[in-house]
Ligand binder design. Structure first.
Ligand code: CO
Length: 509
């Protein structure tokens, strides 16, 4: 048995090395690739994707699973395997089963089309012409529907797609969570809008030097505990985190010279993701267990740092002092109270998801979710997407974008083929609030309203996250991890309570 398990682990090691290679190709594509190299890059990525597919689905992988007793009834293998070994088989077998159902041609074509689509999407967005991106999006939706059919589902074609990003969660569960969340969020947004006059915005004017902004990013990363010996920060059009090796976790940001605050919160967000990747238990590195439990869980780590901690009174006062040190004249008149209520926590419906506030953010996600589930079910044609977007935006946010750059073209994700991914952003917000409630019980100084956020407190927060969440990688499913850490299943009430308390105070509700 041990011998068989070792063979399976060796197989996984090759797959992890290939996955990190794809991450490197992708990272390079987003940060520094020369324009004329884009087509060959698509072929490179497609080739390595094919190699991964071959290794996962090879006949001997299947034999190893049957020797270990893994099948539909026992996805974690024969009884008697230790916790991490059983988790390893459970996760590997889940991936194997799905891959076995996908023809290789579909996998490589998908990789190629989505790699090409990214450049078309960028062109379409910059010109605000949906027609430039539409033919590729049609192919992506078509291939995605084929993928769902191949992977199989009993009720809902969205199930196997969601499972790629949020393993083990079914769309019925998601729909019921969103069904509860949407009316409560909308009602809160309306109550806040009625009091919006109470909080006038404050803006800072000036040219904010990129080099100084970069120094602020690095200070924040150090403050949060990022290990520069196994990671770095670079620049890309859209900030992201990528793991290029077990000891190589990279984040990106963008420096907007008219707005130094944008980079600050992107950096905190991506560092939250990176700390998760840098915090897996030593015994998990190099294996598929050195991964987040789900994308929603991953997003909970970035959002907890960005919002619950980063946008709290105590922590934001530290951020403001970094900004004042770098840009003394421009921030001279900004008080910590102004920064907190009038700059970083204003609630206002907006077109762009990435610029939206904590209250309306999840409504943006529900908007995309409503549209992509219809695309996948064949109830909505790609050509009708821009109009459908406007209608959903009016319904959920009360505003309608006048062009497609502010509407259906605003996010890159569909060009990656990431259909089923957006809901994990909302789940991340919900998980983060639930974890945060528990964190504050254990580390009272982490409370946003009254916390001290001295270096010791920040170290205590990271230590708590490492012990309870990071070190476990994906040895537990997201649902099991949530239950173990918070003694409760995922419940959107934690998020609503967090919003009510914070924004009730700011807007005097
Ligand atoms: Co994120």
């Amino acid at each position: 048995m041990q011998d068989t398990l070792t063979k399976l682990k060796n197989r996984d090691k090759e797959i992890q090395l290939l996955s990190h290679t794809i991450a490197l190709l992708g990272w390079d594509q987003e940060t520094c690739i020369p324009e004329k190299s884009v087509n060959e890059r698509a072929e490179q990525i497609s080739l390595v994707e094919g190699l991964i597919h071959d290794r996962v689905t090879s006949e001997d992988t299947g034999e190893l699973f049957s020797l270990l007793g893994a099948d539909e009834r026992n996805p974690a293998g024969a009884p008697g395997l230790s916790g991490n070994d059983a988790a390893f088989i459970r996760e590997f077998y889940r991936i194997y089963k799905k891959r076995m159902k996908l023809p290789k041609e579909l996998v490589t074509e998908f990789a190629k089309v989505t790699s090409l689509a990214q450049a078309k999407w960028a062109e379409a967005r910059s010109k605000s012409e949906f027609g430039i991106f539409a033919p590729l999006l049609e192919r992506i939706v078509d291939l995605t529907r084929k993928k769902a059919d191949c992977m199989g589902y009993s009720l809902d074609p969205y199930d196997p797609l969601l499972d790629d990003f949020e393993p083990w969660m079914k769309n019925s569960e998601l729909a019921s969570i969103f069904g509860k969340l949407e009316p409560e969020l909308s009602a809160l947004a309306v109550r806040i809008a009625e009091k919006s006059g109470r909080v006038a915005p404050v803006a800072v004017d000036g040219e904010f030097d990129e080099r100084k902004q970069r120094e602020i990013s690095e200070s924040i990363m150090k403050m949060m505990g990022f290990d520069f010996g196994s990671g770095r920060i670079d620049v890309s059009a859209h900030p992201f985190t990528a793991t290029l090796g077990s000891k190589d976790v990279r984040i990106t940001t963008r420096y907007i010279t008219s707005d130094p605050v944008s980079n600050v919160y992107s950096t905190i967000h991506e560092t939250g993701h990176a700390l998760y990747e840098q915090g897996f238990g030593d015994e998990l590195y190099g294996t598929l267990l050195a991964n987040g439990a789900s994308m929603g869980l991953h997003e909970s780590q970035s959002r907890l740092w960005e919002n619950m901690i980063g946008r709290s009174r105590g922590f934001s006062a530290r951020i403001l002092s970094l900004l004042k040190d770098a840009f003394p004249a421009e921030f001279a008149n900004v008080t910590p109270g102004d920064f907190y209520t009038r700059m970083i926590n204003r609630v206002k419906p907006s077109f762009i998801r990435t610029e939206s506030d904590e209250v309306t953010y999840n409504l943006h996600i529900i908007l995309r979710y409503n549209l992509e589930t219809r695309l996948v079910r064949g109830e909505l044609a790609v050509a009708d997407l821009p109009a459908a977007w406007k209608a959903e935006s009016r319904k959920l946010l009360g505003i309608e974008p006048s062009n497609d750059s502010d509407g259906a073209l605003q996010d890159i994700h569909w060009s990656f083929g990431s259909i089923g991914y957006f809901p994990t952003y909302a789940l991340g917000n919900l998980y983060s609030a639930q974890f945060y409630a528990k964190l504050v019980e254990d580390v009272p100084d982490a409370d946003g309203e009254s916390g001290s956020f001295a270096d010791d407190t920040i170290a205590d927060i990271l230590c708590w996250l490492r012990e309870k969440i990071h070190s476990r990688g994906c040895t537990l499913t997201a649902a099991d991890l949530c239950g173990k850490v918070t003694d409760a299943p995922l419940d959107p009430n934690f998020f609503m309570c967090y919003l009510e308390r914070k924004y009730g105070d700011i807007y005097g509700l």
